[in-house]
Design a protein around this ligand. Structure first.
Ligand code: NAP
Ligand code: G4F
Length: 346
């Protein structure tokens, strides 16, 4: 049987790396789009490149979501069965500093892919996945968020992703493209970007335990997030593209924890005995063993507006896609700590 061809925008990111491996194991030929950078940005996929079983089915190509002609040429050249748009300026806080660029990549970038599909008359041939986000729910009043919960984005990132969501739906309805929006809640892993809070906490606490770092500086400790494992979440991206008809799905664990809960869980596992003291920006954590302050808050890590509370209801995905998250938050933290310890012992 002829192998399916997948084109992944954002292949060098956390999800791109997990999805590539997942699709290669499903016998796809994977074409990954990377952008030019001044230092090598393929660390997360180097092991795939080096794996003799994957090598001949994994192809990297240059492109950029801000460059319509590169997108058109790539799709024409690859002639994919499935396109996964995982590329984004994905950092919420940074989107307040670079709002126009975030809108360009995340919002218009998605439109550029959809327009390329249309220009090449591939509407009935190619399936499209758009990486949507729980950040679109923003200042939600709902106890659980599902596919019917209204969007109320509160960051340039969230707004740009709402545009991407609606334009994907628009092209599905107007032109019959098999296009799906995954509305994914936070998902993490050992290869999560170092400036996202889970990775920053694990990396910081492990280094403090090992005497390699003195303090960890954080922002808002009281926002709540529904954290899952990225490996579980890439599977569902693929599942969305294997249905009889395209649709949008909320994906999450249905459990929510504060940032402080996450710190407490991680510290306990790393065997750092901590005690919290102070309030607001003055809140800090002290290492009980040596009485040293190891966590402090800094204003620069707070956002102009915050998403306070996220908790998914992924019932539709469970029913229709038969998708269930396999990893708990505890499993995730254990895996992230183990990876960090191995890394620091190299
Ligand atoms: P990530 O690690 O930040 O990866 C983002 C990817 O996009 C990287 O490969 C990056 O390339 C690429 N990229 C950025 N700007 C680009 C441009 N102008 N042209 C082409 N590629 C560009 O993000 P992730 O955590 O894997 O998330 C994947 C997608 O899911 C993103 O769209 C994100 O917004 C969305 N999402 C993530 C979560 C989550 O919790 N992880 C939840 C919901 C939705 P470089 O490596 O060169 O920077
Ligand atoms: O880890 P974060 O930066 O993730 P955030 O903002 O929830 O966004 C992530 O999840 C979204 C899905 O909802 C994705 F769409 C998006 O691409 C990204 O992957 O921050 C989580 C929370 C926030 O409330 C933030 O204010 O942690 C709080 N926080 C506290 N101290 C911090 C810090 N966040 C970061 N990045 N760094 C801190 O020092």
């Amino acid at each position: 049987m002829k192998k399916k061809r997948a084109l992944i925008f954002g292949v060098t990111g956390q999800d791109g790396a997990y999805l590539s491996k997942f699709l290669l194991n499903k016998n796809y030929i994977v074409f990954g789009v990377k952008r030019r950078s001044s230092i090598i940005n393929t660390q997360r996929i180097d092991d795939i490149y080096e794996d003799i079983n994957y090598k001949s089915n994994f192809v990297l190509l240059y492109g950029d979501l801000t460059d319509a002609s590169s997108i058109l040429n790539l799709i024409k050249k690859v002639n994919p069965n499935e396109i996964y748009n995982l590329a984004a300026q994905s950092h919420v806080k940074v989107s307040f500093e670079v709002p126009e660029y975030s809108a360009d990549v995340n919002g218009l970038g998605t439109l550029r892919i959809l327009e390329a599909i249309r220009s090449l008359n591939l509407e009935k041939k190619v399936k499209f996945y758009q990486a949507g986000t729980s950040e679109m729910f923003g200042k939600t009043k709902s106890k659980f968020q599902n596919e019917k919960t209204p969007f109320h984005p509160v960051s340039p990132y969230g707004v740009s992703k709402c545009f991407a969501h609606w334009i994907t739906k628009n092209y599905r309805d107007a032109y019959g493209i098999y296009a799906c929006n995954g509305i994914l809640f936070n998902h993490e892993s050992p290869i999560r970007g170092e400036t996202f809070v889970t990775k920053k906490i694990i990396q910081g606490l492990v280094r403090i335990k090992q005497g390699l770092q003195k303090k960890l500086f954080l922002g808002n400790l009281y926002s709540k997030r529904d954290w899952g494992h990225a490996r579980d979440y890439v599977e569902v991206m693929w599942k969305m593209l294997q249905q009889n008809k395209p649709d949008d799905f909320v994906i999450g664990t249905g459990k929510t924890f504060t940032i402080k809960d996450f710190v407490n869980k991680a510290a306990k596992k790393i065997k750092l005995d901590i005690r919290w003291t102070g309030k607001g920006i003055k809140e800090k954590a002290i290492n009980i063993e040596n009485k040293k302050i190891i966590i402090e808050c800094r204003a620069r890590y707070f956002r102009p507006l915050e998403v306070d509370y996220l908790k998914s209801n992924a019932l539709r995905a469970k029913k229709i896609l038969k998708w269930f998250p396999k990893k708990s938050l505890d499993n995730l933290i254990d895996e992230m700590i183990e990876h960090e310890l191995e890394n620091n012992n190299d």
